[in-house]
Design a protein around this ligand. Structure first.
Ligand code: PGA
Length: 254
């Protein structure tokens, strides 16, 4: 089975509502329908409803940047999976390194969020990645393995069909320092081995594993040329339409 590259732009806490809506309209009109990629965007919560209506039936995926693990309750400031699903989102980022390291999210919370997303048919994009000191101490594989083990606890083989994994080395996020394509590929292969052991070879090979961390139009082609990289999760370079389109184009091999 040939997998189409999956390119997702994470806007984080950027843009205004009107800029976001304009972006979505232009993205929809400029995306070549024959494009050999699937693409998506992750706008801030308060833009989601408007952007979902702009992109309805466009084939462009819309992801929330986060959810809470409970359906409802006394959690001031939080948003649940059913709320996100109801307004038309298809995906949700879970365990982004900024959530893990700035907001202190634990693997067990991340695991509960994945289950919450799956329970309402939202597709989780699970982010994993090592910090700089962990890489320097030779602990990359250990860290990634532990994150995957804890985050995917209780997730069945069948449920993995809905899951995307994004490998995002923390030291490469927003730093301009991209992992070397071969370095990223190595970790992707390690993730695939983990999935083979936990589930099966078929599941491991059919699952989409994205790379994220300082992806730019200049390095997108080279990263996507790596055999184990199936897509890209783009932060900074996704909030300018031109550069995001260039990345999509590079990923489709055009
Ligand atoms: P960056 O962010 O492309 O700005 O490094 C990537 C991400 O956080 O997903």
């Amino acid at each position: 089975m040939v997998k189409k590259p999956f390119i997702v732009g994470n806007w984080k806490m950027n843009l205004t509502l009107s800029e976001g809506v304009e972006f979505a309209k232009s993205l929809k009109s400029k995306l070549n329908r024959k494009n050999e990629t699937i693409c998506g965007i992750c706008p801030p919560f308060v833009f989601l409803r408007d952007i979902c209506s702009v992109l309805e039936s466009s084939g462009i995926c819309i992801a929330a940047q986060n959810i809470h693990s409970d359906k409802n309750g006394a959690y001031t400031g939080e948003v649940s999976a059913p709320m996100i699903k109801e307004i038309g989102c298809t995906h949700v980022l879970i365990g982004h390194s900024e959530r893990r390291h700035i907001f202190g999210e634990t693997d067990s919370f991340i695991n509960a969020k994945i289950k919450a997303a799956l329970s309402v048919n939202l597709k989780p994009i699970l982010c994993v990645g090592e910090k700089l000191n962990e890489r320097e101490e030779g602990r990359t594989e250990y860290v990634i393995k532990n994150q995957l083990k804890e985050d995917l606890k209780g997730i069945s083989a069948d449920q993995t069909k809905e899951l995307v994994i994004a490998y995002e080395p923390v030291w490469a996020i927003g730093t301009g320092r991209t992992a070397l394509p071969e370095q990223a590929n190595e970790v992707h292969l390690f993730i695939r081995d983990f999935l083979t052991n936990e589930y099966s070879r078929d599941i491991a090979s059919s699952m989409c594993i994205q790379y994220g961390g300082s992806v730019k139009p200049e390095n997108a082609r080279e990263l996507m040329a790596q055999p184990a990289i199936d897509g890209l999760l783009v932060g900074g370079a996704s909030i300018k339409l031109e550069s995001f389109l260039k990345i999509i184009e590079a990923a489709s091999g055009n």
